[in-house]
Ligand binder design. Structure first.
Ligand code: FCB
Length: 394
């Protein structure tokens, strides 16, 4: 194996989440949040992926990609407390089956930021017994997908949800309360614990993980003790704390990595895009070496890893190609230092609904016309597909 080769079986793929692509997800908290102006655009029919998934998965396969990370939507599956709707369960099982038929490995997320409204009205994550309710929902999904899926992520980015939804109040449920944020973080640990126990009873073959957002915190001024203390503290709290709680209940760790953030105080950061670094259309500083550091540090948990998200919002697709190449080089470097990385899921397969930012940021390997739903494959998609086919980063 030449130095720049990925091992056989490495899962090169792309990721989406249900609310961001499915369309018409009217039974969830985000839908209400959007109607109240919480996003620059309402999600509406999104990419109509709920109906177009067979073509989208075929497209991913034709590009040469080997895996597809997507999420199942709790709000559709359990539209009223305790009533599980067989139609959406069948729908997501059919998605898994389509993946298998075309030779694409499914990576399934059970909770990607959206809650059924019946639960959000009772306090969402903070509602009494929300962990048991989540576990019951996970058990139903596990029964439906039993024997069909190997890679399962219980929760996407618990600490981003805590930060955006409970501390900064810019996402649903819109709370700005340090006390609520601390409670939500602890509660999301219980969610994973209860869900893992429920799923393992149904299907011990499912490998369970968390998709953990990881930020490369760096002091703005390395000679400033406060800046340094800030990056150390934020790293501990944001990157490590949650994983420390759940590591013994995981079979693998998913890392979602996008950017670097500069710290100027214990809880302070330089506003996005103000650090002078090259940055994306989201204002996120590009720092590929941060992914290597993240993977090497996450490897100390002693578990297999997967890059479950990594990507760039940009108008110029050449930037996306550069971003992919530099970050894949980082993955290879981490692997050369012993990190057991099993795959890389680019965010995202499609241009989609980017939460509070609406449809402006373009993360997709594939462009989606908002009026016609026409898919247009970008050069970066072919580029990543070629790397996936050859296993080689040129
Ligand atoms: C991550 C989310 C994902 C997407 C990307 C850009 O934090 O998991 O849904 O919005 O950012």
């Amino acid at each position: 194996m030449a130095e720049r080769d990925f091992p056989d079986g490495f899962l090169f793929g792309a990721a989406t989440s249900a609310h961001q692509v499915d369309g018409g997800n009217a039974g969830c908290d985000w839908w209400e949040w959007e109607q109240r102006g919480g996003s620059k655009d309402p999600s509406g029919d999104a990419c109509d992926h709920y109906h177009r998934y067979p073509e989208d998965i075929a497209l991913l396969r034709d590009l040469g990609l080997k895996s597809y990370r997507f999420s199942v939507e709790w709000a559709r599956i359990e539209p009223e407390e305790g009533r599980f709707d067989p139609a959406p369960l069948d729908h997501y099982r059919a998605m898994v089956d389509v993946c298998r038929e075309v030779g694409v490995e499914p990576v399934v997320t059970l909770y990607h930021f959206t809650l059924p409204t019946w639960l959000s009205r009772r306090g969402g994550v903070l509602a009494p017994s929300s962990a048991q309710l989540f576990a019951r929902y996970c058990r139903e999904v596990a029964r439906s997908l039993k024997g069909r899926v190997r890679w399962v992520l219980t929760i996407n980015e618990p600490m981003i949800l805590v930060l955006m939804g409970y501390l900064q109040g810019v996402w649903a449920p819109g709370l700005r309360s340090p006390a609520a944020a601390v409670r939500a973080a602890h509660r999301l640990v219980a969610w994973h614990r209860e869900a893992a126990a429920a799923i393992r009873q149904v299907d011990p073959g499912m490998q369970l993980g968390i998709a953990k957002h990881w930020i490369d915190f760096q002091p703005l001024d390395v000679t400033n003790g406060l800046h340094r203390a800030g990056s150390a503290l934020q790293h501990r709290l944001f990157n490590r704390w949650y994983l420390d709680q759940v590591k013994s209940l995981c079979d693998f760790i998913g890392i979602n990595y996008y950017a670097r953030q500069y710290t100027t105080g214990l809880v302070h950061q330089v506003p996005l895009a103000n650090a002078g670094d090259p940055h994306t259309d989201m204002g996120w500083s590009i720092a590929a070496e941060g992914l290597q550091a993240a993977l090497e540090e996450a490897a100390t948990y002693g578990l297999p890893l997967m890059v479950t998200e990594n990507g760039i919002a940009c108008e110029d697709d050449r930037e996306r190609i550069r971003y992919i190449d530099s970050h894949l080089a980082s993955v290879l470097a981490a692997m050369a230092h012993g990190a057991d990385v099993q795959g890389y899921q680019y965010w995202s397969l499609l241009d989609n609904f980017e939460w509070a930012e609406g449809y402006r940021p373009k993360f997709g390997l594939v462009a989606v016309d908002r009026t016609t739903q026409l898919r247009t494959v970008r050069e970066s998609a072919r580029h990543l597909g070629e790397i996936a086919r050859s296993g080689r980063l040129v």
